[in-house]
Design a protein around this ligand. Structure first.
Ligand SMILES: Nc1ncnc2c1ncn2[C@@H]1O[C@H](COP(=O)(O)OP(=O)(O)OP(=O)(O)O)[C@@H](O)[C@H]1O
Length: 233
């Protein structure tokens, strides 16, 4: 993504000059204060926003799975129908066994598969959205705060699941959670300033998913929190 003059929305500059490329087969986490432009950057990468004049964004169509901040489940299809939505839209026969296995892996009961989204809690809907994203099996995955609505133990389990199922894919993960970024990412970017620019912060040694209790990770968490506080001011 190359935006030499940044990006404005509604006449307001949101992103400053940006030159960003994702590392193939790696997880890049994107953090930053609320309103700093994380979702905007993700939506640009997904091809969902017009690229400003003079800029360029690599076209990822057909290679990308995108998990939005809102779960965007279709209310008239049940949980299984939502997880298999991609196949349905492409007119293909859905792999129901894989869909059920993914639902079990995100911690949903067999009986939940036949419920409508309206019958689920926010955290359950988010888990369905994660299963739907993983179901797509794409080489590039863009995720906007995928675990924000789930309780802490479930989040920990879903992070481990995502790390396993997303291994060797190119991932851009927007998160507000420094620990999540430090557990899962090969590379961490912090978006800050007005208009916002991205800067890289160091990650602890070792391959993700890193153990949450690792002292090096906890020290890095403290440093990252300070870095984020600077990005707010
Ligand atoms: N369609 C739009 N028109 C005008 N301004 C917009 C539009 N979409 C986003 N913005 C503005 O762009 C800025 C960045 O928004 P964005 O949603 O990318 O932030 P974010 O970092 O993802 O925030 P959060 O962490 O709260 O989700 C905000 O000031 C927002 O008000």
């Amino acid at each position: 993504m190359h935006l030499p003059e940044g990006l404005s929305l509604g006449g307001q500059p949101v992103l400053g000059p940006t030159d960003l490329s994702l590392e193939g087969g790696r997880v890049t986490a994107l953090l930053g204060p609320s309103g700093s432009g994380k979702s905007t950057l993700l939506r640009l990468a997904a091809g969902l926003l017009a690229v400003p004049a003079g800029g360029s964004v690599t076209k990822l169509a057909g290679r990308v799975a995108y998990m939005a901040q809102q779960d965007l489940l279709v209310p008239w299809r049940d949980v299984l129908g939502n997880v298999t939505m991609g196949a349905h839209l492409r007119g293909q026969a859905p792999d129901l066994a894989r869909a059920r296995a993914l639902l079990a892996e995100v911690g949903l009961a067999e009986a939940d598969a036949l419920k409508s989204p309206a019958q689920l809690s926010g955290g359950m809907r988010q888990r369905v959205a994660l299963a739907r994203t993983l179901m797509e099996d794409r080489p590039i995955v863009l995720m906007d705060e995928p675990f924000s609505a789930v309780d802490a133990p479930t989040r920990h389990r879903m992070q481990s699941l995502a790390a396993r199922l997303l291994a060797r894919r190119t991932v851009l993960l927007v998160t507000h959670d420094p620990l999540e970024a430090l557990r899962l990412a090969d590379r961490i970017l912090v978006l800050g300033g007005r208009p916002a620019t991205a800067s890289e912060v160091p990650v602890p040694a070792g391959a993700p998913p890193r153990a949450a209790g690792d002292p090096a990770l906890l020290a890095a968490q403290a440093a990252l929190l300070e870095r984020l506080a600077e990005a707010v001011s």
